[in-house]
Design a protein. Sequence first.
Length: 145
Amino acid sequence: MAKKNIASIASIAKIAEIAEFDDKRKAIIASITNGACNADAYRAAEVPEKTFYNWMHDDLFRSAVDTARLAGRNIRIRNVEDALYSTAIDGNTTAQIFFLKNRLSKEWADKHEIQGGADKTVINVITSSPSKAKPTAIEEGRLKL
């Protein structure tokens, strides 16, 4: 899967600079970058709702708002990822399991599918912790692939 373009604070600043937005528009863009919804952003900048939505008809301003929203989302996701990683490194086993299952899902899945045999039978192998694991049919030799 290809990575999507990630909006950055620098790209928002560049758009605002090129467009020579006034302070109110820059304040709205900054608020949205920090996670505010449209209404909270235009209220914080003391801009009437109608004015904000009139500005949204300007392609450059709309692009800046959309870029700001994406940048803010990416920043929040990165912060949560960093916090999860720190918690996992600090020894929280639940965080470690969650991190590994989401980052290395094929290697850390609870259930693995094995396809084999002449009829291409799919076998679901459910893994458990090594101390409680019973030998599987494959390990016991009862099932040949």
